[in-house]
Design a protein. Structure first.
Length: 100
């Protein structure tokens, strides 16, 4: 069995804790959502899938909330992944660019 008698006593002089009257009452307060929580972030849809796609290069960018919503609407409507919508958009852009 361990002998704890050899341990050094804590030499820091910590102040005594506040009395129960001085302590915060936050545990008794009702739970509320943060004021800065945006409803758009709360209902954002997840476009990931458990299926392997062979896509291994990460690609991240910042877009407007309207673009994000429109992209997710199109993907959900057509049953596609977000990346598939972007790939089709790039393909259509290239076709239109080479045609002109």
């Amino acid at each position: 069995m361990a002998d704890f008698g050899k341990l050094k006593a804590n030499k820091r002089n910590l102040p005594s804790p506040p009395s129960m009257d001085e302590a915060s009452q936050n545990l008794a307060a009702p739970e509320t959502a943060p004021a800065d929580a945006s409803p758009a972030a709360a209902k954002r849809r997840d476009g990931r899938s458990a299926n392997k796609t062979g896509r291994t290069v990460p690609f991240a960018t910042r877009v407007s909330p309207a673009f994000d919503e429109q992209l997710r609407d199109v993907a959900e409507r057509d049953g596609l992944r977000l990346v598939e919508v972007l790939e089709k958009a790039l393909e259509a852009y290239e076709k239109a660019h080479t045609a002109s």
